[in-house]
Design a protein around this ligand. Structure first.
Ligand SMILES: Cc1ncc(COP(=O)(O)O)c(C=O)c1O
Length: 409
């Protein structure tokens, strides 16, 4: 099949030698025109300003929360949330999955918390509820759940138990914009939620991230932490007054309330966000339709098809072998390579984080092999791009590519 056949609406692949690249370019002509129109103004403001503020407010309405703070990446959203947790609740244990992105674990370490790893539920790919509840101790400061590759990772039991115990739930929704739990968007159940707008995700601001919350104190804290911890970013007059009285010898413009970083976006990221948000829902719908079609072309004797897909919003197709079979794995990879279909093994973040070198000097962590379900995914799974422009025939063709796979020599 010719690579051009897969593309329509001017979507452009970065790598021309793949017939089916991992991602399509989801910055459209109209997004670029929005930027150009803005730049043609007399003296356009480029550092973050009204457009970012407007995007934050539209994002909050889209999601269904009170407040959002835009950042320069999803990793920054992770870092900021963990710093805010430290500033507002102190350091302690944070329950994390081994199947996630590096920044979810690194942010816990950066802020001085201790990561406590809990294995996943193979049907949702998020942390197993019973294992999370069993891992809670008096030192638990938060549960940091990742919604993996568009699946809803929440359960009623988890939400109810964390509410009962008063333990903050933090949702990483960087891979799952628009997914729902009980019909309500994920990212609205926790104390805080994190989003990424990196190029490869459901929508993009080139680079970008968001933290969303219903807690106005966390909102003010996030505004400060985004900008070096600076008090002047805080919109709460009472908080400002408190600091001014306590630190009269400091210039009010330069009061740094917490050790933080610069995680600010630019105004151009905000303009892109506003332009992209308009088509997020329709793209989620198309991707969901594609994903259901994808599951229907898989041989359930070879691949897992029993995912919990209610409310999912997948921007990738998840291929997971049913059995731990290296021969089968080689056959899948060869078939995809021959067909020039780009893939990533290990799903979110390349599989089991406990196998990664950045954790090798951290004491007291479990061994990677203790995470049995994550280990399976680490070795025997892949993801493939799922974008709105995919055609039905292309998904059928993927089915024919995978058909010859049997595990037998
Ligand atoms: C689950 C998850 N969290 C955080 C991030 C970090 O987002 P960003 O690439 O915008 O820094 C990613 C990145 O893809 C991710 O998949």
């Amino acid at each position: 099949m010719e690579s051009q056949q897969f593309w329509s609406n001017g979507a452009i692949s970065m790598q021309t030698d793949f017939s089916w690249p991992l991602m399509s370019n989801n910055v459209t002509r109209s997004d670029l025109d929005a930027l150009i129109t803005y730049l043609q103004k007399d003296d356009p403001r480029l550092t973050h300003g009204p457009a970012v503020f407007d995007f934050e407010s539209q994002w909050s309405s889209w999601l269904g929360v009170e407040h959002s703070v835009m950042l320069n990446s999803g990793a920054s959203a992770n870092d900021l949330t963990m710093l805010a947790l430290r500033e507002m609740h102190g350091t302690g244990e944070v329950i994390v999955p081994p199947l996630t992105w590096v920044s979810d674990v690194a942010s816990v370490l950066h802020a001085g918390h201790k990561p406590v790893f809990v294995d996943i539920n193979p049907k949702s790919l998020a942390m197993d509820t019973d294992k999370v509840i069993a891992a809670i101790t008096p030192q638990t400061k938060a549960v940091f759940l990742t919604h993996v590759l568009g699946f809803n990772g929440l359960t009623n039991e988890l939400v109810a138990e964390l509410n009962r115990l008063g333990i903050p739930l933090i949702e990483d929704v960087c891979e799952s914009h628009g997914a729902t739990h009980n019909g309500k968007k994920v990212g609205t159940f926790g104390w805080a939620s994190n989003f990424s707008f990196y190029f490869a995700h459901h929508m993009t601001t080139i680079e970008g991230g968001m933290i969303s919350t219903n807690d106005s104190d966390l909102y003010e804290m996030s505004r400060m932490l985004r900008s070096h911890g600076m008090l002047r970013e805080n919109l709460n007059v009472k908080t400002k007054q408190k600091y001014l009285i306590e630190f009269p010898e400091l210039n009010p413009d330069f009061i740094f309330t917490a050790a933080s970083h610069n995680m600010r976006p630019t105004e151009l990221n905000g303009i892109l966000g506003l332009s992209q948000l308009d088509r997020l829902d329709s793209n989620v719908e198309l991707r969901t339709r594609n994903f259901k079609h994808f599951l229907s072309i898989l041989d359930p004797a070879i691949f897992r098809t029993d995912f919990e897909i209610e409310g999912s919003s997948n921007y990738a197709f998840t291929l997971v072998l049913k059995t731990a079979d290296f021969l089968l794995r080689d056959q899948v990879e060869t078939a995809l390579q021959v067909a020039k279909i780009e893939f990533r093994r290990g799903l979110s973040g390349g599989g089991n984080q406990l196998r990664q070198p950045y954790l090798r000097n951290i004491k007291g962590l479990p061994s990677a092999s203790e995470m049995i379900e994550t280990e399976h995914v680490h070795h025997y799974s892949w993801y493939i791009g799922n974008y709105p422009e995919l055609k039905s025939e292309q998904i059928d063709w993927l089915g024919s590519v995978l058909k010859g796979i049997s595990g037998k020599k």
